[in-house]
Design a protein around this ligand. Structure first.
Ligand SMILES: [Zn+2]
Length: 71
């Protein structure tokens, strides 16, 4: 379960990404610029949003179809 969450370290100076934390960035040689970034939670939130918006769009279409058949 814990392995689902991927932690990346990203340099705030040059954007260098690594699975390992560095005191000195290998990309730009700056010190203490690597910040922890959790990835998989953002992807999961996007999937939930897509599912919610599609169900919201589907509702008014269904109501409109019922109205036109009644007339
Ligand atoms: Zn850097």
């Amino acid at each position: 379960m814990a392995s689902k969450t991927k932690v990346q370290y990203v340099c705030t100076e040059c954007g260098f990404e690594s699975a390992k934390w560095y005191g000195k960035c290998p990309g730009c040689s700056a010190w203490n610029t690597m910040e922890e970034e959790v990835r998989s939670t953002a992807t999961a939130a996007k999937r939930v949003n897509a599912a919610v918006s599609s169900s919201v769009i589907a509702k008014p279409v269904g109501l409109h179809e019922i109205d036109s058949t009644e007339e």
